[in-house]
Write a new protein. Structure first.
Length: 205
């Protein structure tokens, strides 16, 4: 019975996160209330507060659904798989993220919420700091991989791994923002992979 109760609680938690994502997409995060999330999930407000103290915690749980797999995939692609050229590993990671967005509606929706449906002010300023911290970690992993490329003589002597890591991160963040906004796919979505490959060609010696 206890196991069943625990499983039921986890299902309720997941349904709340899904409902929040659906309402965030329509109304935006700041205009969404806990009551609206409860109605969408088909639960009481009390059920929501059993799992989450506030809307920020729900948002964080939703964000983790894409960021935790992203970090795991980045580690596997950039840091673990040493069989490939380091520059190829970076390209594979960037292209893999775009392919995931193409293939996963849930991931697309969460990126859309994070990038254009949320104002990072007041209580959500904490979320912004956590996002910036995640970005710093990604930059560090890119720098490490570019250093491996430099050790192998794959970079122009004037290229510095730290600067390349910043350039690639800023390029990709900008591309992701435009990809998310390009809902009809006529401007960036249909050529995102080509743009990534072009970016990497600029880096090759």
């Amino acid at each position: 019975m206890a196991r069943k109760t625990k499983e039921d609680a986890e299902l309720t938690r997941k349904s709340i996160i899904i409902a929040a994502r659906e309402v965030f997409l329509i109304r935006g995060v700041s205009r969404t209330t806990m009551e609206q999330i409860a109605t969408q999930a088909g639960v009481t407000r009390g059920a929501i507060y059993w799992h989450f103290r506030n809307k920020t915690e729900i948002f964080q749980a939703m964000r983790e659904q894409v960021f935790l797999p992203l970090i795991d995939r980045m580690d596997d692609t950039l840091l673990v798989d040493n069989s490939k050229n380091p520059l190829v590993r970076i390209e594979n990671f960037l292209c893999g993220t775009i392919q995931l967005l193409n293939n996963s509606l849930e991931t697309r929706q969460i990126y859309e919420i994070m990038m254009i449906k949320c104002e990072y002010v007041i209580e959500f300023s904490v979320v912004l700091q956590e996002i910036l911290l995640t970005c710093s970690g990604i930059e560090e992993k890119l720098r490490f991989t570019y250093e491996k490329a430099k050790e192998q003589g794959l970079l122009h002597p004037s290229h510095e791994p730290a600067q390349l890591a910043i350039d690639t991160q800023l390029f990709f963040i900008g591309l992701l923002h435009m990809w998310v906004k390009d809902s009809d796919g006529n401007h960036f979505r249909n050529r995102a992979i080509k743009l990534i490959k072009a970016h990497m060609r600029l880096i090759i010696r």
